[in-house]
Design a protein around this ligand. Sequence first.
Ligand code: KG4
Ligand code: ZN
Length: 349
Amino acid sequence: MKQFPIILSIDTSCDDTSVALTKGTQVLANIVASQEELHKKYGGVMPLVAKLAHNDLINPTYRECLKRAKISEDQIDAIAVTYGPGLAIALEVGIEFAKNLALQFGDKPLIAVNHMAGHMYSVLAKNSKQNPDFEINENLFPVISLLISGGHTELILLKNLTDYQKIGQTVDDAAGEALDKFARLLNLGYPGGAVMEKIAVNGNPDFYKFPLPMTQSHDLNFSFSGLKTFGRLLIEKLGSSINKTTIENLSASYQQAVFKAILYKLKKAVETYQPKSLWLGGGVSANLLLRKMLRNYCREKNIVFLYPKLKKLNSDNAAMIGIAAYFNYLKQDFVKDFDGLQRVPRLGL
Ligand code: KG4
Ligand code: ZN
């Protein structure tokens, strides 16, 4: 057992083919072959298109990763792969590739990783110069991890690095999905959340008043379908009067409403669990307004705020899978039966 193993990790859960090499929490190389251009014309991810593209891209991405990290195959200590949640036929490509590598190498353990655990641990990623410079110690715990991606919106409570439980989740759409669907109604382009952020910069976030959902429920669950319906009806009502300024104001107001709904439940979670730090992860964590709202709130409450500081660590990537796998490695939590390792598209944390 090594203290800082070199882990080769693979993620093909959605529309990015990614292979990374990590050493502990340090990222040696993190190659992401984006399929954005392929899916753009459909306005969303097409599973079969993603699967075929993963098939074509996985081996060249692997080779490129070894080259970039200047690591040879015999230096690899373990192989990690995402087995869920994600698109079934896309996940399969990464799992098959990882199994074949493990069989080919013979003596290297295989580690199965939950994609959302990857997003959760993505805040711990450091570059080759060991930046960002922060220490992982007990002063950060308990942690609340806020995970906001295209398919998931979750609150996780971590008592320590490996002992965690889900304390809240969306009961319908994920926040990223709610952003993407509204962007599609306005024909903004793909991926919706990211495009909407750019357009929203020029709009007035208080121009349209959206309702704050789930204020009646006392649990820590989210719901975005009410906001989505309110947004759709508003667009229908505005009809042909919609122009560039309307779109900017709609984007800014809708985006802010989604983030206010998230903050509302986060505040409840903070009051209940009194965390020392907040970790943000998932594709939506790239959003600067969201980060600003969370940063201000954490400052007010004297909570350390961590989000993925390295480029590429916000959206889907394999380095975060390698970092999550590192904690499995330390516990020697390895796949015992290769045939038994199958994709779990609806895998929960
Ligand atoms: O984690 P992720 O890359 O993939 C999944 O695991 O789902 O998250 C993708 C989601 C999409 O909904 C996308 O629109 C959203 O993240 N997203 C953003 C931004 N960049 C990506 N949402 C808001 N602002 C952004 N800058
Ligand atoms: Zn993701």
